[in-house]
Every structure is written in structure tokens, then in C-alpha cells.
Design a protein around this ligand. Structure first.
Ligand SMILES: Nc1ncnc2c1ncn2[C@@H]1O[C@H](COP(=O)(O)OP(=O)(O)O)[C@@H](O)[C@H]1O
Ligand SMILES: [Mg+2]
Length: 314
């Protein structure tokens, strides 16, 4: 019997979601007849991996210490096969600044941005920062480079609020992005790579949070967001968004699955890529399993296909 280790990212600010993803993934795997062992990602990980003698790993982690390439590197070192993106793609995708640089190189549209690090903040005064932002259209979006779940995000309506938003974002990261806020429809593209790379039906997300932002509360509280599948877009825009999703997945060198968050601007129907999630949430109410189901594959089957593929091909 194939033994799968579900490695749980308990050390990031998204640990609660990682546990729920792990629960859903483990149930799906047991349903398919796999032996499953859950192992927390902590300082005992190496010993536990050696003791459990798993055949393959599924990394159930969002954010640092799991989605960022660290655990992938460890598994490479130990020679344990795993599902999902490898070290480099994982690290690039988790760092929104690096990801945006690659999108720009590849001609993948992403909101116009600047980055600031903690050192810049200490050295520059706010007027200098505002000067750099002179040609930017307000509102702006401020967010930590390497967080998920909208943690540390704020929308900035005017120059007066920028400092407090930056201070908030810097609580979570050394590097922060300031980018143009795109007013439009929020959509997400669930990418699946098996024989070829495909994009499942696009999901449109309507957040019921007061600000309209798809924030932590809206993401994880039942009833606080509506998912419309397929997303309500013109056929041309729909097709372009699916293609962009696949291009973003490829640009970062992702493997097996990813979820690409985008916004379609109301005025222009222009599509902007915000980020790529290499380990999207896979809880029972998450977007990725929902898109997978809408395409016609059930989620346990998707995991099974990937495990077989990795065990066959490495
Ligand atoms: N430039 C932007 N314009 C409009 N909304 C944004 C922008 N950046 C982020 N958001 C909002 O914040 C949410 C989280 O941002 P995202 O870049 O996807 O990071 P993460 O999901 O990793 O926290 C998005 O789903 C969206 O609602
Ligand atoms: Mg996102």
C-alpha cells in the first residue's frame, strides 16, 4: 500500500487553513485507499520523515515554511517524492515582488507597483515615498510581499493613509508592495498540469466584506463570499483569463497545480494577475476543489492522478 505523508504547515500565520486543507486532503486520500500519516512541519520533521518511511508527500502548508520552497528543498535532500511545485517555483510564487518581476518580463499584466523594504522606510521620509508615487493613480493597494490570506493588506484612498498602511504591512514582512488598486471583478484560475496544462472553469469571487476586499474574514467565514462559477465574463475575456492563468503558472515554473488570482478591470476589461498560489487552499469549501469539481474531476481523483504520475515519473 502506498503511504502518503501529509505535512502540515503549523508555523505560518495561515496554519489554521493548512490544518483544514490537511484534513480534507487526508480524507480524500483515505477514500482512494492510501495509507495516510499526518506530520507537522516543525523541528522534528526530519526524524519523523525518517521514521514514517512514506512513499510520497503532500505539503499542506500556506505561506512560509511549506509553500515557500523550504520543505520542498528538504524533501529533495531526503529523496522523498512530493506533489506540487518544486523549490524555485515555490519560492518565486510566494514572494510577490519576484513573481511580479517575472510576469513583467513575460508580458503578463500585473498592477503597476513599487516595493519598499524596512531599510528604505528608515532612510526615506514619507514625502520621498509620495514623490515616487506621484504618477500612481489612487486608490493604492499596500501588502506584504510574502503573506497570504490578505493578511497585512490595505486599500489606501489618499496620501494621508499611506503611512499607517505601510506600518501595518511591515508588521508581517521585511518587504512591502505598493501597487495600483484595480477596481473590477475578482476571479481566480485553477491550473492543473497532468498530460498538458489546463485551466479549470474560472471562479468569480464576490466578497461580502464591508470594503468589498476578499479579506481573511471573507475568505474563511461561510456565507461571507459568493463564488460564481463559471465567472461572468465575455467569452473573449474568459478565454484570455484562462490563457493568462496558464501563462502565469508556466512563467514561474509551477508544477501539478496552482491557483492564479486576477482582477478584471471594470472600465477596460483588462486582466491583471495579482499572484500565483502554489499550494492553494484545499479545504472542503475552497476554490480549487470547487473548480476541479466544476470541470468534472472529483478532488480525490485529482490527488490520485498526481500521486500515480509522481511515483511513475519522479
Ligand atoms: N492591486 C489590487 N487591486 C485590487 N484589489 C487587490 C489588489 N491587490 C490585492 N487586492 C485584494 O486583496 C486580496 C489579496 O491579495 P492577493 O494579492 O491575492 O494576496 P494574498 O491572497 O496572498 O493575500 C485580493 O484577493 C483582492 O481582494
Ligand atoms: Mg490571493
Amino acid at each position: 500500500m502506498v503511504k502518503v505523508g501529509v505535512l502540515i504547515g503549523i508555523k505560518s500565520s495561515e496554519s489554521e487553513i493548512a490544518k483544514k486543507t490537511a484534513f480534507n486532503v487526508s480524507s480524500a486520500l483515505r477514500l482512494k485507499g492510501y495509507e495516510v500519516v499526518e506530520i507537522p512541519i516543525d523541528e522534528n520533521l526530519v526524524e519523523n520523515l525518517k521514521r514514517e518511511k512514506i512513499n510520497i508527500a503532500f505539503i499542506s502548508a500556506h505561506g512560509i515554511f511549506g509553500e515557500d520552497g523550504t520543505v520542498q528543498g528538504l524533501l529533495e535532500l531526503l529523496g522523498i517524492p512530493y506533489i506540487g511545485s518544486r523549490v524555485l517555483a515555490s519560492a518565486l510564487a510566494l514572494n510577490k515582488i519576484m513573481a511580479k518581476k517575472i510576469f513583467t518580463y513575460e508580458g503578463i499584466p500585473t498592477p503597476r507597483w513599487i516595493t519598499l523594504n524596512k531599510k528604505d522606510m528608515e532612510e526615506k521620509d514619507i514625502n520621498e515615498i509620495l514623490k515616487i508615487l506621484e504618477s500612481f493613480k489612487f486608490p493604492l493597494a499596500v501588502k506584504p510581499s510574502s503573506q497570504g490570506s490578505t493578511i497585512g493588506f490595505s486599500q489606501v484612498q489618499s496620501k494621508n493613509n499611506i503611512l499607517s498602511s505601510l506600518e501595518n504591512a511591515f508588521k508581517y514582512d521585511y518587504e512591502v508592495i505598493i501597487e495600483e488598486f484595480i477596481k473590477g471583478k475578482e476571479i481566480t484560475a485553477s491550473i492543473f498540469e497532468y498530460e498538458e496544462i489546463i485551466c479549470f472553469p474560472l471562479i468569480e469571487i464576490i466578497s461580502k466584506s464591508k470594503s468589498g476586499i476578499y479579506d481573511y474574514h471573507a475568505k474563511y467565514t461561510p456565507g461571507m463570499s459568493d463564488h460564481i462559477i463559471p465567472a461572468r465574463l465575455s467569452p473573449e475575456t474568459y478565454k484570455r483569463a484562462q490563457e493568462l492563468g496558464i501563462r502565469a503558472h508556466k512563467a514561474l515554473g509551477c508544477r501539478h497545480f496552482s491557483r492564479v488570482d486576477m482582477i478584471v478591470e471594470d472600465e477596460t476589461e483588462k486582466i491583471y494577475v495579482l499572484e500565483v498560489n502554489t499550494i492553494p487552499g484545499m479545504t472542503s469549501t475552497s476554490l480549487y476543489p470547487e473548480a476541479c469539481k466544476a470541470y468534472g474531476i472529483d478532488f480525490p481523483e485529482l490527488l490520485h492522478l498526481l500521486i500515480e504520475k509522481v511515483l511513475r515519473e519522479g
